[in-house]
Design a protein around this ligand. Structure first.
Ligand SMILES: NC(=O)c1ccc[n+]([C@@H]2O[C@H](COP(=O)([O-])OP(=O)(O)OC[C@H]3O[C@@H](n4cnc5c(N)ncnc54)[C@H](OP(=O)(O)O)[C@@H]3O)[C@@H](O)[C@H]2O)c1
Length: 266
């Protein structure tokens, strides 16, 4: 079976949230190369337009629909689902990649920070999944990948909000997977460690500030701590998501697939 051919997701429509960010961007490029029609969404129009151009540069026949939305707004989420379905048809693949880093130590954490992180990283993927699931259930096919994190598997210093949201996303993935597979819908999560994106850089910078180190020093420490000796690229996360979306992963259900450079083994 060829997993990553330009036919492997032919006829499918993938909705990718967080497409303006590092992981979502690479995922949208790859899924489109695999033959899927893609809907790309985020709040930054310029990045969405650039991604559309990059997709069409690779193959001008690609079907790519751009929809700018703030996913915290239920109205904008509804419009996104409606507009993308009108444009590209039944949403058979959902990739919940939009997310924010943030929060603080328990002493410093504010209610606003906590609600903000939980809302976008947990509540929004649940509500979006609910919305696309109705059609998936009816058609008895569909595939959802939630982008969680190694922070969804073990706590980190100052991680009450972020880890809490990513643990919750794994709890949702596992519970929903049990319901959905009865209707032919697969649900899984991916759990990367540091990834070379804006968010990954922000996380490394935060740690550097705490340790009184420069970004470069902290980056080198973070890389050397990994058995592989290097931080994950967004392309590697996209590859894992894409694999889970193919039939090659047909009996992988409710998993939390780690991309940890060997740092977490269990
Ligand atoms: N990078 C890492 O080290 C790492 C590690 C483990 C897990 N992850 C997870 O991977 C996912 C993708 O992160 P990334 O590394 O690609 O980070 P990123 O480059 O910072 O991208 C974050 C994405 O989330 C979107 N977003 C944020 N707030 C939004 C809102 N209110 N409405 C709609 N979209 C919103 C951003 O789009 P706009 O700004 O355009 O709205 C952007 O596309 C996240 O869930 C993150 O928690 C990242």
């Amino acid at each position: 079976m060829t997993i990553f051919s330009n036919q492997s997701l032919k006829g499918q429509h993938a909705l990718i949230t967080g497409a303006t960010g590092g992981i979502g961007y690479q995922t949208a490029l790859l899924l489109s190369e695999m033959g899927a029609k893609v809907t790309i969404t985020g709040r930054r129009q310029k990045q969405l337009d650039e991604l559309k151009e990059a997709i069409l540069d690779k193959n001008e026949q690609s079907k790519v629909f751009v929809y700018r939305a703030d996913l915290k707004s239920s109205e904008e989420r509804n419009q996104l689902i409606q507009a993308s379905s009108n444009e590209n048809g039944f949403i058979s693949l959902l990739i919940n990649s939009a997310g924010i880093f943030g929060g603080d130590t328990v002493e410093e954490l504010t209610k606003e920070q906590l609600e903000d992180v939980m809302d976008l990283n947990y509540t929004v993927p649940v509500l979006l999944s609910q919305q696309v699931y109705e059609d998936m259930k009816e058609r008895k096919r569909g595939n959802i990948v939630n982008v969680s994190s190694l922070s969804g598997l073990r706590g980190t210093y100052g991680g009450t909000a972020y880890c809490g949201s990513k643990f919750a996303l794994i709890g949702f993935t596992q519970s929903f997977a049990l319901e959905a597979i009865k209707h032919g819908v697969r649900v899984n999560a991916v759990c990367p460690g540091y990834v070379e994106t804006d968010m990954g850089r922000e996380a490394i910078q935060n740690k550097a500030d705490r340790e009184n180190l420069s970004y470069k020093e902290q980056y080198e420490i973070a890389s050397k701590e990994l058995p592989s000796g290097r931080i994950t690229s967004p392309e590697e996360v996209a590859n894992t998501i894409a694999f889970l979306l193919t039939d090659a992963a047909s009996n992988i259900i409710g998993e939390s697939v780690k991309i940890s450079g060997g740092s977490v083994m269990r």
